[in-house]
Design a protein around this ligand. Structure first.
Ligand code: PGA
Length: 250
């Protein structure tokens, strides 16, 4: 299987521009020449110009944690895709569970953002994941299928090439509770099968499905060694150059 892994840092609402610049300066030498995997960092919007300038010409890609689906308009507090691209951002997270939980982001909004990202040439990382109560009630597959069907509504196989999916069980995010590699692999298989149902076997075979939720240097290689795990979306352990570079080099 020729899927190139993507190891991505979700910095959430952390770091000042000075801290972000210091991170990049320390991090780039640690991953210099690393071409086995793609590396991406998702900082807060206010950090983007600093981080993009610091990472220019390197093997580190930069994206936003969120974008609005409208081209422009009276949407106080939001960032447009045009604004992101104008400062040099190439990727965006969509539908992170914290956006869904604290900012009322629905599958319908996720779908609109995904359409807008693809139409404008951004690489979207669409996040899905079940709550602990869903898993305990045996509803994981149903919840994920609903999220994936919602996110991918109206997307054609031809347009789907750039899409990356991140599976992030909500009970594993920021809790120190990583899904076991077996649980994660089983769930990634469910996601890939749903993508196959919607977009066909070729898209499903090529789409990258990242795992996220308390990934640490010590847990990365077992997770990333699974057949259907094609990378990681890392929060807490991505904030220090050392630990994130160790995950990159799992
Ligand atoms: P975590 O966050 O690694 O701190 O659990 C992952 C995420 O929310 O993307």
């Amino acid at each position: 299987m020729s899927r190139k892994a993507l190891i991505a840092a979700n910095w959430k609402m952390y770091k000042t521009p000075a801290e972000a610049k210091a991170f990049i300066e320390a991090f780039l030498p640690l991953v210099a020449g690393h071409t086995r995997d793609e590396i991406a960092i998702f900082p807060s919007p206010v950090l983007l110009p600093t981080v993009i300038a610091a990472a220019k010409g390197s093997n580190v890609l930069i994206g936003a944690q969120n974008i609005h689906f409208a081209a422009e308009g009276a949407y106080t507090g939001e960032t447009s895709i045009g604004q992101l691209k104008a400062v040099g951002g190439t990727h965006t997270l969509i539908g992170h569970s914290e956006r869904r939980q604290y900012f009322a982001e629905t599958d319908e909004i996720v779908n609109k953002k995904l359409h807008a990202a693809l139409e404008n040439g951004l690489i979207p990382v669409v996040c899905v994941g079940e709550q602990l109560a869903d898993r305990e009630a045996g509803k994981t597959a149903d919840v994920l299928k609903t999220q994936i069907d919602g996110a991918l509504a109206g997307i054609t196989a031809e347009a789907a090439g750039p899409i990356v999916i991140a599976y992030e069980p909500v009970w594993a995010i920021g809790t120190g509770k990583t899904a076991t590699p077996e649980i994660a692999e089983d769930t990634h298989k469910i996601i890939r099968a749903e993508v196959a149902k919607l977009l066909g076997p070729t898209v499903a075979a090529n789409i990258r499905i990242l795992y996220g939720g308390s990934v640490k240097p010590a847990s990365a290689s077992a997770l990333l060694g699974q057949e259907d795990i094609d990378g990681a979306l890392v929060g807490g352990a991505s904030l220090k150059p050392d630990s994130f570079s160790q995950i990159v080099k799992y």
